[in-house]
Design a protein around this ligand. Structure first.
Ligand code: KE4
Length: 428
């Protein structure tokens, strides 16, 4: 595969940006390779500046559930852009998107639009602390909620106490208010609450985890979290930035029938434009400025362009009950990849949650970060590079999740399966 122009572009980009990228995972450093520079996308495909084309299962890390350059979204954006891009003043579009989100996520009685998942989770944590007047939060190893300081914290030495910064620049003082526990282990949560439950403002969790590879919650795990937070007066925050609109249209809270106190959304809510939201119980959200004292703000929050893309995306998802159809496409692909691995006598795990799916080179189900880290990453890298060289664009890290869109065709799926067969054969 010719990637000459991308290599030149990367060298130039590195002069101005760390790793030549604006988000680390795009550097392909996890797979010891260099990224193609993308010139454009259309439907289920992206095209790089060397003229190579790829069936895309990254979809901008989830947002493009309707594929690239969907005609209805492009048309709506063109009409809106001609009317101005941002006013820093309320518009009808924000209420229209909020109403659609409330229809799909009824637990989000009141919400605030922001510009990224990081902003959404950072704000939700502040609201939880401000509402409960408590300072500690619980997160889980392997869950990623964006890069705000309180959430860049790894497990401390003491099981349920004092987190350690997971990045330079996060202070020890900040980290010690975050307790980081193993995912899918309800007893660890019970221990933490028994030790310092009255100090815990909230649990924040990816109810279906997509940042350690795809890891599903164990039976009754989420219900256990709901019960223990209620018992101790802590809030339950579902970070559905990735799994929202995918594990089912109404996210994990609809699929598992658990009502969180606050929900964070991102990615699909903006249809590929910078947009996210946090929201939940009215009695909590009425404490957010200007109704209440908990401050949060943003110059481009709710901007008309992102609102337009989000509105069109959610309207289309609602119109044709697309989520189930995309899930069916995903199941067809996952079954095919599973069979391809069996034929090649390669052992993999292929978790699926709606239109999200993953591949672990592991001989047992992956239920937490340690098991994900123990999977065979060398085999993953070889598999990934073989797929990429043959025009299938998977996520360049074992710790990421893959996504299906409404516009992937049967031809895309069968081509992906046959390419996987060749890739698995090449691993032997
Ligand atoms: P952003 O700030 O990147 O919009 O959202 C942060 C975030 C929050 N919560 C969850 C569950 C997320 O998955 C994310 C971001 N996801 C990553 C992919 N694993 C975005 C890709 C990247 O970091 O470049």
């Amino acid at each position: 595969m010719n990637l000459k122009k991308s290599a030149q572009a990367l060298a130039e980009a590195k002069k101005f940006m760390p790793g030549g990228v604006n988000s680390p995972v795009r550097s392909f450093s996890s797979v010891n390779s260099n990224p193609p520079f993308i010139s454009h996308g259309l439907g289920s495909h992206i095209f790089d500046i060397d003229g190579n084309s790829y069936v895309d299962y990254v979809l901008s890390w989830g947002p493009l559930v309707l594929g690239h350059a969907h005609p209805r979204i492009v048309d709506a954006l063109n009409r809106q852009i001609a009317r101005g891009t941002s006013f820093g003043a309320p518009t009808l579009l924000e209420t229209q998107l909020a109403r659609l989100v409330n229809q799909i996520f009824p637990s989000m009685q009141v919400m605030r639009m922001v510009n990224s998942g990081t902003e959404a989770t950072m704000s939700a944590i502040r609201v939880a602390r401000g509402f409960t007047h408590r300072e500690k939060i619980i997160k889980f190893v392997g869950c990623y909620h964006g890069h705000s300081d309180s959430l860049l914290v790894k497990a401390g030495s003491g099981a349920a106490t004092f987190g350690e910064p997971s990045s330079p620049g996060v202070t020890q003082k900040t980290a010690q208010d975050t307790i980081t526990l193993p995912y899918n282990d309800i007893s660890a949560v019970e221990n933490a609450f028994n030790q310092c439950g009255e100090q815990i403002a909230a649990i924040i969790i990816e109810p279906v985890a997509g940042n350690m590879g795809l890891v599903l919650p164990k039976e009754n795990y989420l219900r256990g979290l709901r019960e223990i937070t209620k018992k101790f007066g802590a809030l339950l925050i579902f970070d559905e930035v990735m799994c929202g609109f995918r594990v089912s249209l109404g996210g994990a809270q609809e699929k598992y029938k658990i009502t969180p106190d606050l929900t964070c959304l991102g990615k699909i809510i903006g249809g590929g434009l910078p947009c996210a939201a946090y929201g939940g119980r009215e009695d909590i959200m009425r404490n957010v400025s200007p109704d209440g004292k908990i401050y949060q703000a943003g110059t481009l929050s709710g901007n008309p362009i992102a609102m337009t893309a989000g509105i069109e995306t959610l309207k289309i998802l609602l119109e044709d009950n697309l989520t189930e159809k995309i899930t069916a496409k995903t199941s067809k692909l996952v079954e095919g990849i599973k069979k391809a691995a069996q034929i090649a006598n390669v052992t993999i795990q292929t978790p699926q949650a709606g239109s999200m799916f993953g591949i672990f080179f592991s001989d047992k189900e992956v239920t937490n970060y340690d098991e994900s880290a123990a999977a065979n990453h060398e085999l993953f890298k070889k598999f990934f590079l073989s797929m990429l060289e043959n025009g299938i664009y998977f996520a360049p890290s074992q710790f990421e999740t893959l996504f299906m869109s409404a516009v992937h065709t049967d031809e895309d799926i069968s081509r992906t399966i046959s390419t996987a067969e060749k890739a698995f054969e090449g691993l032997k």
